[in-house]
Design a protein around this ligand. Sequence first.
Ligand SMILES: C[S@@+](CC[C@H](N)C(=O)[O-])C[C@H]1O[C@@H](n2cnc3c(N)ncnc32)[C@H](O)[C@@H]1O
Length: 497
Amino acid sequence: MSSDAPWNWRHPGYVLVLDLVAARAGLLPPSCPPAAVEGIDRAMARLGLSNNFDAYRTRLETDPAALDDLLVELTIGETYFFRNPEHFDFVRHEVLPNLRRLRGEGHVVRAWSAGCASGEEPYSLAVLLMEEGYGERMEVRGTDVSRAALARASVASYGDWSLRGTDAGRMRPFLHPEGKRYTLAPEVRDRVHFGYLNLAEDSWPSPAHGIWGLDLIFCRNVLIYFNRGTIEAVARRLHAALAEGGVLITGPSDPPLGEYAPFETLVTDWGIAYHRPTPGDTTRLHSLRRFPAPAPTPLEPLRLEPTPAPRPPAVLPPPPPVPVTPALPAEPEGLEGAKQALARGDWHEAARLAGALVEEPGAAAVAVRALANLDPLAAVRACAEAAERHPLAVELRYLEAMLLLGLGRLQESERAVRQALYLEPSLAVAHLMLGHILRRQKDTEGARRAFRTAESLCATLPPDTPVFLADGERAGRLAQVARDERTRLEAHEETRG
Ligand SMILES: C[S@@+](CC[C@H](N)C(=O)[O-])C[C@H]1O[C@@H](n2cnc3c(N)ncnc32)[C@H](O)[C@@H]1O
């Protein structure tokens, strides 16, 4: 946002507020300044700070809820059931058959609606999956930055406006009229799990939100709001959140993402979809023309370093000599540089920097996290070997469990997460993960116990305390996630009998 924009802002404070929003949330300058002015006015008034721009900016800097509230004013939450039906047809005819082929009949499909607004999109996905016979084999999530929209999504009461799409009739069997509105049947409502997530933050992918190892992502009509830097970072994280063989669908007006992450770009009759290829799988997604993924920078193979130990540990390649370019400011090196590279989604750089420091358990973990986005199988191997080298490093066991879970290797994942819990019995995120693993293994009682333990461990902390290994997630939110998982499980059990 620059102060010489053609629009004549009533007060310079608006420009400073929008600059702050661009820096913190990656939003583009508003396409309609008068609407932005009104939105900022409303958000300031709600906090009792009308016309007090200095106090409002301080509040935006310090209070995440105030920033979220403003984001909602500056974006549009418009949506409806089965919007762009061609996207759902594509999932039915291309994505699901391909998943069946890759993962087998019993696979639980993991889908995510990123920027779900009031829930019509993830509920449409749930209905599609039910139509296709995945009634008992789906995990559908919807996330948004608008808590008000999420609350509406959870209540799941809709008016005719949500049914304006050509394919909305597919929802009718599940909508019960109540006055002028319709209430969604519990059999659909209970299949979708909602949560807060700001896509511009680097807190995801993460098992704490359930945002990882996904088969299908709908991220439609959200990226249009982001500036280029944010689009790049979000594209990389979306790629990282997909399981191999998973597909991302964006909206018709969203910016293209192919150049920012090693997606395979699928060109369809209606536009572009993005595929995270499975290494070695040469079968083509049916009837599609595909552009190859941009050749990724070749990742050096894991190198084995001879040691007197019975099995030589794997280390990531040491950094190549860095050419001296005095004109450029030096990038931070070492563990800090690796962490920064990881945060901005530069997996190769993160792996390169952290790979030189594998004697430090923290660096080994950063290397594994980076590698996980490039070659999950190699990451599992590197993680297991790093865990052997650092037998007391709880983070490595936890990462190993997460990676194995992402690959659907449930028993091995359970073993690794139990090892993490043996080392650190109060590791709330590990209990949460154990709950997910046991639920997928149909051990409902064990899953319930694990979710309950995660919840009570988080409840002992002040709600604002960041939880260990939870990617910045706070205790209050994580307790809520664990509680939601448990109650959803219990509700599901009740409806089954
Ligand atoms: C136009 S709606 C899209 C709804 C649905 N995906 C669809 O296409 O029908 C845009 C949604 O993006 C959400 N949004 C905007 N910025 C966001 C951010 N940084 N993180 C997550 N959601 C965001 C808004 O709150 C809004 O609900």
